[in-house]
Design a protein around this ligand. Structure first.
Ligand SMILES: [Zn+2]
Length: 125
């Protein structure tokens, strides 16, 4: 084995280690996606998505009305609402960072924040 063979082997090992780190950083970013629920402009609840926890239903009850928010893995929607326009329900699923669903009559907003913007940056390179 020549000196250059050894250097080549070391380079291959280094790049595979870096590759593992790269994959790990992507999955970490996905885990950093958060659901932020606001009521009347104030934070009501923040939930980390994509973790080990199972799908869940969050009911937001305020003096203005009631919204049922459904979480399914990395996506979120307002499943039911007692508002008249039902626009928030029609908005459907949110699955990417910075997507927002708002129920104006009930003053409830559901927003995805964090992680996934970083994912898009990595993929676009
Ligand atoms: Zn609504």
């Amino acid at each position: 084995m020549t000196k250059w063979d050894k250097i080549l082997i070391i380079m291959v090992i280094c790049s595979s280690v870096l590759g593992m780190f790269y994959v790990k950083s992507i999955s970490t970013n996905k885990a950093n996606l958060y659901l932020a629920i606001e009521v009347d402009g104030k934070p009501y609840k923040t939930i980390s998505l994509g973790g080990a926890q199972a799908n869940q239903i969050i009911t937001v009850e305020t003096a203005a009305g009631r919204n049922v928010i459904e979480v399914e893995g990395n996506r979120v929607r307002i499943k039911e609402a007692d508002c008249k326009d039902q626009l928030c329900v029609k908005m459907g699923w949110l699955s990417r960072s910075n997507q927002i669903s708002v129920c104006l009559p009930n003053r409830v907003s559901v927003k995805l924040i964090g992680g996934e913007t970083n994912d898009i940056d990595i993929i676009s390179y």
